[in-house]
Write a protein that binds this ligand. Structure first.
Ligand SMILES: [Zn+2]
Length: 384
């Protein structure tokens, strides 16, 4: 398992948010210390109490003179857009001129099952938020960059979808409010008919699936305003991948009612299951469909889930490092044999895990950005 992530950021020359971050300590030590202190690990909430963008519910705290709706990215009257636009480049605190924020949506267009990364280069800015499908959430700050992720469901509607971004300056003034469109493209997922016999057939009941999802939802849909990892995720098992994400599934010849929300690794009962990346265990328990499971919160709305385990070796609240042994493979719940079902959840949506393993393009929040790829006024429509 790779532990080279700490080098990655150094090599890229990206200074850490906190200059006192002790790189030589193990990630676990640092995480424990910082989590205990309620601080971010690599990315911290902005210091100002007045405009803490990371409210507990993940909603941006509005600047003092603005309404909650505006701060949450709701559409504004044209006069306010003009005002906001006119503030770009104006003198901020200390007479420093703030450059216009550069907004990157990666990738765009995006396809079903994909993770979308939003990066905003906004030197001197204090907070930024994203509005997507009726949800608004704060972007995390790393030096002069704001970052955030959202997921596209495997069966999400295709076509153009609107997306809004807002950026605030140090005095709570709005530097940017822009709305743009991201095109969602369809993917032809494979179709599989799975035969489930014996006592497990009772677990196909939709009510059981819904109860299972409801039980796990609160532990994989919050927005922890820290990023607990830096680099590519590791496969959580040494086993072969036996099923891919997105596969449209029918059971016992019935209609297609669900898709495969993660990837499966084959193996033997008792084989090691390791944390795909560093984070904090948000849930460890058992549901009827998924059997024994564990969910790790990696921060920034990114979670990984591990299911059908024979044994869970961590409890909620534990800090885990990439590669740590967290569980053992099994066949609990609705499983036809021992395997690990592993999924990646981004802002509550199960996404294709392959990019997170860099088997497809990794959604790297620290990647180099080319200003020519930033959205421009021609593809950024002003809010109306
Ligand atoms: Zn699976």
């Amino acid at each position: 398992m790779s532990h080279s992530d700490e080098l990655t950021k150094e090599q890229r020359g990206l200074p850490l948010q906190s200059p006192s971050y002790p790189l030589r300590l193990s990630r676990r030590t640092v995480l424990r210390a910082l989590v205990g202190a309620g601080a971010g690990v690599l990315l911290t909430a902005c210091g100002g109490d007045r405009l803490d963008p990371f409210a507990s519910n993940g909603q941006p705290t509005p600047p003092p003179s603005r309404s909650a709706d505006e701060a949450a990215g709701a559409a504004q009257p044209q006069s306010q857009v003009d005002q906001a636009t006119s503030q770009s480049g104006e003198q901020a605190d200390g007479g420093v001129e703030l450059p216009e924020p550069l907004v990157y949506i990666i990738p765009s267009p995006a396809s079903q099952g994909q993770t979308v990364l939003v990066l905003i280069e906004a030197p001197g800015a204090h907070a930024a938020s994203l509005s997507w499908q009726g949800q608004a959430f704060s972007l995390l700050k790393s030096e002069e960059r704001f970052l955030g992720f959202f997921g596209i469901d495997a069966n999400a509607p295709v076509g153009p979808q609107s997306l809004g971004v807002a950026v605030w300056g140090p005095r709570g003034e709005q530097l940017l409010w822009q709305e743009t469109v991201i095109e969602i493209e369809s993917v032809e997922w494979t179709i599989d008919n799975i035969q489930i016999d014996g006592p497990n057939a009772a677990l196909l009941e939709p009510a059981i699936r819904r109860a299972d999802e409801t039980a796990r939802l609160p532990f994989q849909s919050s927005l922890t305003p820290q990023l607990h990892w830096l680099g590519v995720f590791d496969p959580p098992s040494d086993g072969q991948i036996t099923a891919l994400y997105g596969e449209q599934r029918s059971f016992n010849g019935g209609p297609i009612e669900e898709y495969h929300t993660g990837i499966d690794f084959g193996g033997e009962t008792g084989s090691s299951v390791t944390a795909a990346n560093s984070g904090i265990v948000s849930w460890a328990g058992r549901t009827r469909r998924r059997g024994n499971g564990i969910i790790v919160d990696h921060g920034a709305g990114v979670f990984t889930g591990y299911y059908h385990l024979s044994e869970v070796l961590q409890t909620a609240g534990e800090v885990v490092e990439q590669g740590d042994l967290i569980a053992r493979m099994g066949a609990t719940g609705l499983a036809t044999g021992p395997h690990l079902h592993w999924e990646v959840v981004v802002r509550g949506i199960t996404v294709n895990p392959l990019p997170w393993l860099q088997l497809l393009e990794f959604p790297d929040p620290f990647q180099e950005l080319n200003p020519t790829n930033a959205l421009t006024s021609t593809n950024l429509a002003q809010g109306s």
